[in-house]
Design a binder for this molecule. Structure first.
Ligand SMILES: [Zn+2]
Length: 226
């Protein structure tokens, strides 16, 4: 079973991908992580990527597709399905991905979109802090420290509120995200692969919703609930 997870920054997509990969024994593929790994390997491609990232530019789609392809070829022996987290983000990436997967005789069965209200994301992200000492990440609303104002891990009393976590920047990021990804919805809907999940609740409930959906689909693989 191969899956794409779609969701705005702050939708909890990364967390859900990690949970799904455990529950269904799937390989969690984050393109950001693959790129960083390539850089650390010091390959020709890796140093090219490092230059692009240092310049603060976006990595061209063609390079990301190449990296993904190589990764899938190397890991195809493991015979595990995969979850794409954070890719594709645009319609052209989605088409490139489909072509590349077709080359490898692979296909994506399910595209799961986690829908979360803007207000919910803003309140979730803007209440995120990290320990100034050890970097552990907390959330005043969903994942607070055990003792107020004291890091559970190292006891430090200093916390950092990330600059890019303020409301205005979050809203801008969400706008960019929805503009880019909007065309993906009819694209995958047309293939009968899209599932929409209400993500305006806690991590466990959302995870159970996704699990139920995938389990139901195992029984009747033809049904594509939207
Ligand atoms: Zn700490």
């Amino acid at each position: 079973m191969n899956i794409i997870l779609l969701g705005a920054p702050g939708s909890g997509k990364g967390t859900q991908a990690a949970l799904l990969s455990e529950k269904f024994n799937l390989q969690h593929i984050s393109t950001g992580e693959l790129c960083r790994k390539e850089v650390s390997k010091g390959t020709t491609l890796g140093s090219k990527l490092a230059d692009i990232m240092k310049a603060g530019q976006l990595i061209p789609d063609i390079l990301i597709i190449d990296i993904l392809k190589q990764h899938l070829l190397e890991s195809s022996k493991s015979n595990k399905g995969f979850i794409f987290d954070g890719f594709p983000r645009t319609i052209s990436q989605a088409k490139d991905l489909d072509n590349m997967l077709a080359d490898l005789k692979l296909t994506v069965e399910h595209v799961i979109q986690i829908n979360v209200d803007k207000n919910y994301i803003v309140s979730r992200l803007s209440s995120r802090t990290s320990c100034a000492q050890c970097g552990h990440v907390y959330n005043d609303k969903t994942n607070p420290t055990l003792v107020s104002g004291v890091c559970d891990k190292c006891g430090s009393k200093e916390f950092i509120h990330r600059q890019d976590d303020n409301e205005e920047i979050i809203l801008k990021r969400l706008d960019v995200y929805s503009t880019l990804t909007a065309p993906l919805i009819p694209y995958y809907q047309g293939m009968g692969k899209l599932h929409q999940i209400d993500g305006n609740t806690d991590v466990e409930t959302v995870s159970n919703r996704i699990e139920n959906l995938l389990n139901a689909d195992k029984v009747s693989p033809k049904s594509a609930s939207v």
